[in-house]
Design a protein around this ligand. Structure first.
Ligand code: PEP
Length: 250
C-alpha cells in the first residue's frame, strides 16, 4: 500500500498563498517516490488556485476540508460534493476534530457526510480520535469503536478500500506539539484495524489508516514506519512547502 502523505491547511492561505505553496511543494518534492502519494486539503476559496498549481504533477491529489451531505439546496455557507469535484477535488475530509469539537458536529452528521460523499464519487478521509479526558478515563477503545461505527454506518460493505481512509488523530496531539509515542500509535492503529476488519471483512485490511497530531519533519519517518500506519495527516507542519516536502520524502 502506498503511503498517503496528507496536508490539512485548515483556515490558512488565500488563493494566491495556496498557489505559491502548492507550486513550491511540487518543486521541492520533485519526482515523487513510487511508494508515496500526496493529498492537499486547502480551504474552499483556494481550491482552484491550488489545483492549477498542482497541475499534472503525478501522485498529487486534492480534497475539501468539509462537505455537506446534499446535492444542492438551501444550506447557506455549505459546499456540496459535486462542487468539490468540479473544483478539482478527488477527496474530502470528514469529522476533523475541529469540526467535531469547535463547530459541534455530531457522530451522526459525520456519518452522513461520509456515506453521502462516497456515494457521490469522492474518496473520503474520516478523522477520528479521543480527547485527553477520554484517554485518561480509559475510554480509548470505546471512543474509536463509537466513531467508526457511527461514522461508517451507511458505508456499503463492498466499498473500495482505496477510497476510504481513516485518520487517527488523538485530539490532545493536534496542534499542541505533543506527538503520540510509537506505543500509543501502534495500540490505537491496531484497535482501528481490528474494528475495520470486523465491520468490513473483505475491505478492512486494505483501508489506509493515517496518523495525525503534531507530525514534523523529524518524527515523520519513524511514524510512517510503524505497523498499520499507512500515512500521515499534517496540519501546522504542512503550511510551508519546505517542511511538508521533507515529511513527504521522510
Ligand atoms: C490536523 O490538523 O489534522 C493536525 C494533525 O494538525 P497538527 O499537525 O498541527 O497537529
Amino acid at each position: 500500500m502506498k503511503k498517503l502523505m496528507a496536508a490539512n491547511w485548515k483556515m490558512y492561505k488565500t488563493a494566491d498563498e495556496a498557489r505559491q505553496t502548492a507550486d513550491a511543494l511540487v518543486k521541492a518534492v520533485g519526482t515523487l517516490p513510487g511508494d508515496r502519494e500526496v493529498l492537499i486539503f486547502p480551504p474552499f476559496t483556494a481550491l482552484h488556485a491550488a489545483h492549477d498549481a498542482l497541475g499534472q504533477a503525478a501522485g498529487f491529489h486534492m480534497g475539501g476540508q468539509d462537505v455537506y451531505p446534499a446535492e444542492e439546496g438551501a444550506f447557506t455557507g455549505e459546499i456540496a460534493p459535486g462542487m468539490l469535484k468540479a473544483a478539482g477535488c478527488g477527496w474530502v475530509l470528514t469529522g476533523h476534530s475541529e469540526r467535531r469539537h469547535v463547530l459541534g458536529e455530531t457522530d451522526a452528521l459525520v456519518g452522513s457526510k461520509t456515506a453521502f460523499s462516497l456515494a457521490a464519487g469522492l474518496s473520503v478521509c474520516l478523522c477520528i480520535g479521543e480527547k485527553l479526558d477520554e484517554r485518561e478515563a480509559g475510554a480509548l477503545t470505546t471512543v474509536i469503536h463509537r466513531q467508526l461505527e457511527t461514522g461508517l454506518a451507511d458505508v456499503p460493505a463492498d466499498v473500495d478500500p482505496g477510497r476510504l481512509a481513516i485518520a487517527y488523530e488523538p485530539v490532545w496531539a493536534i496542534g499542541t506539539g505533543k506527538v503520540a509515542g510509537p506505543a500509543e500509535i501502534l495500540e490505537a492503529h491496531a484497535i482501528v484495524r481490528a474494528k475495520l476488519c470486523a465491520m468490513f471483512p473483505s475491505a478492512g485490511t486494505d483501508m489506509p489508516i493515517l496518523y495525525g497530531g503534531s507530525v514534523k519533519p523529524d518524527n515523520a519517518a519513524e511514524i510512517v514506519g510503524l505497523d498499520n500506519v499507512d500515512g500521515v495527516l499534517v496540519g501546522g507542519a504542512s503550511l510551508q512547502a519546505d517542511s511538508f516536502s521533507r515529511i513527504v520524502l521522510a
